[in-house]
Design a protein around this ligand. Structure first.
Ligand code: FAD
Length: 451
């Protein structure tokens, strides 16, 4: 059997890895249009802040390592079209501009997404950057040490925008963070958390401009110098657009069924509308555990799960994509937060009636000094007030307690209730936590308040 895999990031890599793990003698052709395989944008902040020194190390594997496993890796070669009836793809070799046809038995697409460009004048000016992939990582790194760059404007205060703002604040630049939403990280955290993080961002010389719509980028001599919003103008030597992503699927129009947002439609086995063609990653939706509906959640974790499931189905297994909860975590200077599932702020958009309980505590018993790591912890649990089902949670502390959110993710996936969580067994040792884990405490308090 010959399998063609398109895209070498998380989804593509896991598909190839999954096939190799189960049937290493499968003929695999793996295509990447860039000149580098399997770069992890997730590691970009670590590189930009100098924690990781070599940009080329921010990846899963080299082409040579994968070729040694028998995979035919094609770099700088773009698949430009698919003929599902003939089971062929057209490949454009970007080095010599030649094209050729390749036949497949099974085809897996992990073409991902590109940063969305805000549709305003001036987006083509020099120094209007994005933050995704190795090429942007190299260009952004240069700007962190460029003395002509003093004012950096980040457009989009989601987790990528926060990473960008933190990088350039640590590099000594004056950063402005603009978002159309009223709070930074509004889709990841409720206000109890973002109020604290907003103060932290301001303490680090990041000027917040929430609730503002960008109207244009303007400049002189072809280079950006100002970002204009509906409320103000911000001097900008560098602009970083982190306002969402656009699925990389224009080339699939008319071949595969796409949603109105351009995502590839897949069933629960990750099969597209054409036989023997599967799709995974940021250009697809995933089943969302709290609602049972599908949702666009662009995360490496989802892409890798899908890649593994696609590999199994390609090889003849019968496996459904499990529901996920969109669990994610991030550090914002001294704080570490994680969230999963439904929040108070995303409940209505998901068509869910929910209730939440917010609790604060210390990570350890009072006798443990802060120097030994005892810190304040903030936790919010969201549940269905009717049947008590756990729907999601958020946690934040200066101590890293983010792993609790993995337990809540499992609770959401397995449809646990407040009653289950209230007395669930979690360990205690004063060096780590308290006799009642904060998840127990929140569930017990929610049950008390409901009675
Ligand atoms: P992509 O990563 O978009 O890759 C698609 C690949 O396919 C590209 O290399 C592209 O060149 C190639 N390609 C596309 N079309 C073709 C074609 N026709 N022919 C050949 N090649 C093609 N997620 C997390 O879970 N945790 C994190 O901490 C995290 N941090 C992130 C930080 C940043 C700055 C960014 C930008 C993203 C982060 N993500 C994180 C999200 C994660 O990177 C994405 O969800 C993930 O990359 C999606 O993988 P993918 O395989 O769908 O596609």
């Amino acid at each position: 059997m010959k399998v063609i895999v398109i895209g070498s990031s998380h989804g593509g890599f896991e598909t190839v890895r999954g096939i190799l793990a189960e049937k290493p003698d499968t003929e695999i052709q793996w295509y990447e249009r860039g000149d580098f395989i399997s770069f992890l944008s997730c590691g970009m902040q670590l590189y930009l802040e100098g924690v990781v020194k070599d940009v080329n190390s921010v990846r899963y594997a080299t082409a040579e390592q994968m070729r040694a496993k028998g995979v035919s890796v094609f770099v700088h070669q773009e698949v430009t079209s698919i003929n599902p009836d003939e089971h062929t793809v057209v490949v454009h070799n970007l080095d010599d501009d030649s094209t050729r046809e390749e036949k497949y038995d099974k085809l897996v697409l992990s073409a991902g997404a590109v940063p969305a460009q805000i549709p305003v004048p001036g987006g083509d000016l020099a120094n209007v950057y994005a933050m995704r992939g190795r090429d942007w990582a190299i260009k952004l790194k240069e700007k962190t040490v460029d003395p002509t760059v003093q004012n950096v404007t980040v457009v989009g205060a989601g987790y990528i925008g926060i990473e960008a703002a933190e990088v350039f604040s640590k590099a000594g630049k004056h950063v402005t963070l603009i978002d159309i939403l009223p709070r930074p990280l509004a889709l990841y955290l409720d206000q109890e958390f973002t109020d604290i993080l907003s103060d932290t961002l301001k303490d680090h010389n990041i000027y917040l401009a929430p609730g503002q719509t960008v109207k244009s980028f303007t400049g002189e001599n072809g280079q950006v110098s100002t970002v204009k919003t509906d409320q103000a103008e911000y001097p900008s030597d560098l602009v970083i657009e982190t306002a969402g992503i656009k699925p990389n699927t224009d080339w699939l129009k008319g071949t595969l069924d796409l949603t109105d947002k351009g995502l590839v439609k897949v069933n629960d086995h990750l099969e597209t509308s054409q036989p023997d063609i599967y799709a995974v990653g940021d250009s697809t939706k995933v089943p969302f555990a709290p609602t049972g509906k599908t949702l666009q959640i662009a995360l490496a974790t989802n892409a890798r799960r899908q890649g593994r499931i696609a590999a199994k189905n390609v090889l003849g297994d019968d496996m459904k994509m499990p529901a996920v909860s969109g669990s994610s975590a991030l550090s914002v200077f001294d704080y570490h937060f994680a969230s999963t599932g439904i929040k108070e702020g995303t409940s209505a958009a998901n068509g869910i009636l929910s209730q939440s309980i917010f609790v604060t505590d210390t990570t350890q018993p009072p006798f443990v000094p802060g120097k030994a790591g005892n810190q304040k912890v903030y936790f919010k649990l969201t549940f269905d007030p009717g049947n008590h089902r756990i729907l999601g949670a958020q946690i934040m502390s200066k101590r890293d307690v983010t792993a609790n959110i993995n337990a809540i993710s499992l609770a959401v996936q397995t449809k646990m209730t407040l009653d289950d969580l209230a007395y669930a067994d979690f360990f205690f040792q004063p060096g780590f936590d308290r006799p009642w884990n904060i998840m127990n405490v929140a569930a017990q308090k929610a049950l008390h308040d409901l009675t």
